[in-house]
Design a protein around this ligand. Structure first.
Ligand code: AMP
Length: 169
């Protein structure tokens, strides 16, 4: 079994429901068990127009290889109706393989750790919530200028009493 971390994002349609649905699909993958899932977060699109994103990170233990897992992620994206009209286009569902154990992979189809994860608050904040041992204070410091707001529950307003992590622009 390998501990893998998946980043989830959606900014079209019922984004929070889609992310929750995707986490159910991930937990149901063959030879895979759910370990932990973060709260939902709301973030502003990076280098792109469109609605705010709903994000989360999920940890699984799996016997799937990294490439098998990537194929499963892409299948789940397709079932959710994802299209890729252009780079950074709004999306019904985006699934990224962030970490696969301690593996470092650099193939045409798959780079792990995900090459852009260390620049994204919407990845690092939920990852730090469920696996603080995988993120250093210095790594969190890098993304402190970005906005990623932890929601108390799916669809909750940003300014609720349970807001515990926000770094304003
Ligand atoms: P995106 O449009 O951001 O979902 O990127 C999808 C493309 O990134 C696919 O062609 C994947 O093969 C590739 N890719 C490379 N590394 C990863 C990764 N760690 N997780 C997800 N997709 C990846």
């Amino acid at each position: 079994m390998v501990r893998a971390f998946i980043g989830l994002g959606a900014n079209l349609g019922e984004a929070a429901a889609t992310v929750e649905w995707a986490m159910q699909q991930l937990a149901g993958l063959t030879a895979t068990t759910r370990v932990a899932q973060s709260s939902l977060y709301r973030s502003v699109p990076v280098d792109a127009p469109g609605p705010d994103y709903i994000n989360a990170v999920m940890a699984i233990d799996t016997d799937l290889t990294a490439h098998e897992l990537l194929q499963s992620l892409q299948h789940i994206e397709q079932v959710a109706g994802r299209e890729r009209p252009c780079r950074n286009a709004p999306r019904t569902l985006d699934l990224d393989l962030l970490l696969y154990g301690d593996a470092c992979l650099n193939t045409p189809a798959l780079q792990v750790p995900h090459p852009r994860m260390w620049q994204r608050a919407f990845v690092l904040l939920p990852l730090a919530e469920i696996a603080p041992d995988r993120i250093s204070a210095a790594q969190l410091q890098v993304v402190q200028v970005q906005s990623a707001v932890r929601l108390s529950h799916p669809g909750a307003p940003e300014h609720g009493v349970n807001q515990v992590a926000e770094v304003k622009k």
